[in-house]
Write a protein that binds this ligand. Structure first.
Ligand code: EPU
Length: 419
């Protein structure tokens, strides 16, 4: 099990290249199951979650090849059962359900359990499959969905905490091969949903409205192979912008879609950082004074829950009192106790973190608990006095490609140690 060791206090300067988006790549790879023909996906990030998805595809019978960011998948035949041993490693395995149901009219996937960021039900996915005509059985820890045929339907994906990203993906992937027209109301508008819809359309699907809350899908008989390049990872980009804010003199984040990051750059600007650039490259610089902020997470285009932990790290170092309210996963605050061990002054009040900026954070041994919480600890470690040791870094390897090398190139003193 590796750990990351950071000696804080080195200022960051230079440019970093952002990788392809994890949360786009995962459902796009699952979507390759919808055709017998060959699909080529470019800019697939080298992450453990991506490896798990490729293992699932291979287990289901697909030929999978990977060479420097390009993944080729050909699923001439597919099995419809994804076993627990592979699926349990990653919650996003659930997005195999939609394409398998669409193509084979049945799918069995192990049910995702809870996870440290909170309860993660899939009731909205299942409600959508049922509306398309599928029956749902939950047995022995697996969920099986099956249907003699799928038909178009009007489906609302509105849940207690708003809509669902992977639920929208799953219903789109099942509905592309259903008979007739499906309308998804209250659909997720995230750029990753648009990326998947663009890929499906290249495969011959007829999807309109992706990126709005109403997606219309006209079912087709079959899909064909296609090539696609995954969009840049907006959460990785946002994390590097915060690295620039927390410890940077001038950090340039290249290969970004600035339009996907507006809520993050707005928040950083309200906090007093100068962010400039175009679609393709963003630069962040301190401007001498930084200000506290009141922030809440929301579905896109609101401030992303996947940037909440990193923002808590930054606001811990900004003078004044800030608040961060988590509206998507109200229990997603595992980073708070670890940040407090580094000297942050954060009190939790339900789903709101009240953060009083402190003059100094101090390095400490800390424990990564989930992907974004680990990123917050790395960010805090960049500024903290002394040495921060982040244990259980397999969490960070799920979603950040070579974060230690990329930060090292910007001037951080950071190393990965095998233990
Ligand atoms: N929800 C339900 N019922 C459902 C599905 C979701 O109540 O059937 C609730 C969830 O419990 C949560 C909210 O709806 O409160 C939103 O969950 P959503 O389904 O949108 O999350 P997801 O699709 O499972 C994706 C990302 C997450 C990201 C969320 C929210 C992937 C692989 N995962 O998860 O990314 O936090 O959307 O934007 O795309 C991460 O990358 O660190 C990560 C956790």
């Amino acid at each position: 099990m590796d750990k990351i060791v950071i000696r804080g206090g080195h200022s960051l300067k230079g440019a970093v290249k952002i990788s392809g988006s994890k949360n786009s790549a995962l459902p796009i790879l699952a979507a390759t199951l919808l055709t017998r023909e060959r699909c080529v996906i470019q800019r697939v990030p080298d992450l453990s979650d991506v490896h798990y998805m490729l293992q699932i595809l291979a287990h289901l019978g697909a030929d999978v090849e990977r060479a420097s960011g390009i993944v080729t998948v050909q699923a001439e035949k597919v099995d419809s059962v994804a076993p627990y041993e592979i699926v349990r490693k990653m919650r996003a395995s659930v997005c195999a359900l939609g394409p398998l149901l669409g193509r084979e009219k049945e799918a069995t996937v192990s049910l995702p359990g809870g996870c440290v960021i909170g309860d993660r039900p899939i009731d909205l996915h299942l409600r959508g499959f049922q509306a398309l005509g599928a029956a749902v059985r939950v047995h022995g820890g697996n969920v099986k969905v099956f249907a003699p045929s799928l038909h178009g339907a009007i489906i609302s994906l509105k849940g207690k905490f708003g809509t669902t990203v992977l639920g929208t993906d799953n219903i789109m992937m099942a509905a592309v091969l259903a008979e007739g027209t499906t309308v998804i109301e209250d659909a997720a508008c995230e750029p990753e949903v648009v990326d998947l819809a663009n890929f499906l359309n290249k495969m011959g699907a007829k999807i309109e409205g992706a990126g709005t809350s109403r997606i219309v899908i006209e079912g087709v008989k079959e899909l064909h192979g296609a090539e696609h390049e995954v969009i840049p990872d907006r959460i990785e980009a946002g994390t590097f912008l915060i690295a620039g804010a927390i410890a940077g003199r001038e950090v340039i984040v290249n290969r970004v879609r600035a339009d996907h990051l507006t809520s993050v750059t707005d928040a950083l600007q309200s906090c007093g950082f100068r962010v400039s650039g175009t679609n393709g490259s963003l630069t962040i610089r301190p401007n001498g004074t930084s200000k506290s902020l009141n922030l809440k997470t929301q579905a896109y285009p609101g401030f992303p829950t996947d940037m909440q932990a990193q923002m808590c790290a930054l606001l811990s170092t900004v003078s004044g009192e800030s608040t961060v309210t988590e509206n998507i996963f109200p229990q997603r605050f595992m980073h708070v106790s670890e940040l407090k061990r580094m000297g942050a002054a954060i009190e939790l009040d339900g789903a709101t973190a009240r953060i009083r900026g402190v003059d100094n954070l101090s390095g400490a041994p800390v424990m990564a608990s989930d992907l974004r919480a680990s990123a917050a600890l790395v960010l805090a470690g960049l500024l903290a006095d002394g040495t921060t040791e982040i244990n259980r870094v397999y969490h960070i390897d799920r979603g950040y490609e070579m974060i230690d090398e990329k930060l090292g190139e910007l001037g951080a003193e950071i190393e990965r140690v095998k233990v």
